[in-house]
Ligand binder design. Sequence first.
Ligand SMILES: *Cc1c(COP(=O)(O)O)cnc(C)c1O
Length: 349
Amino acid sequence: MSFSLENIIRENIKGLKPYSSARDEYISDGSEMVFLDANENPFENGVNRYPDPQQRSLKAVLADQKGISPENILLGNGSDEVLDLLFRAFCEPKEDNIISLPPTYGMYKVLSGTNAIENREVLLSDDFQPNVLAILNTIDANTKLLFICSPNNPTGNSISEKSITKLLTSFNGLVVIDEAYIDFSPIESWVSRLSDFPNLVVAQTLSKAYGMAGIRLGICMASKEIISVLNKIKPPYNVNGLTQLKALERVIDTTMVASEVRRILRERQKLIIYLEEISFVQNIYESDANFVLVKVDDADKRYKQLLDKRIVVRNRSNQPLCENTLRFTIGTPSENKKLAIILKELTMS
Ligand SMILES: *Cc1c(COP(=O)(O)O)cnc(C)c1O
């Protein structure tokens, strides 16, 4: 059997017609038009009109940058909304299941809980790579989504191309590659492979490298067929007007984003050199992201000591394979310096 989108769409979604909003029918083409169709307040204040439900300007720029068509893109209120739409379109509550690969991003589990979908967890190996055989053995006729986070949060490593290819070709559900940290990685995005794999979905976000966690913009890229299913169920105005405006300004400024990414990567390298000198640091995991996962002697103790010094890091010790680990996000040069000085002080107390 091979992948067929029809086979995995929920029955109630198949026949659904999307809500047709007033602003979907006519969009200003630049010429003077009178809009008396959407019951808006007519007095201009910058946001009195409904935003473009299809985010055409923003998608045009993103499509161009990523070498795909706007029809391959769905935008959401953060990638959290994008992931939720995937559950709602493809997973039948109390019937279907998804697979996630811990230690990984916590939202896959949360979303399976809120959507009443079984979350089957297949641990990564000791080197944080997928256990492909175990995953294939876990898949059954009701497995609809497989989440692969690459670079992975909280471990920082990228997932091997060979494993992902094997999973894409052996699994008849959707393989969702969460690339929240791809802009920090030397590895190429899977977006360039969309035409090779009809069951590939790539999720990205403006929350990390683009420095816009506050505006909430998630990007979902997949075949036109998959995107049109998601378009049927998304709320019409899920990406607000201010977000569309801010995002557009930022994505156009590619040199600024690239220069900030370079600075963060330089800072990551400096932090790693500091960390190597800290006696209670036992392992610094390879990172392709804007954070480093570090194994220490006693994570709870070190976490509290840092908190006492007003530095908040993430204790990942309760995640499988992550015993006694802390995750440090790369901050500004002065923040990282402060972290390094305090860690050094802690070795002397
Ligand atoms: C931070 C992060 C996101 C971002 O989610 P948004 O809702 O877009 O802010 C997505 N996936 C992973 C793995 C993350 O670490």
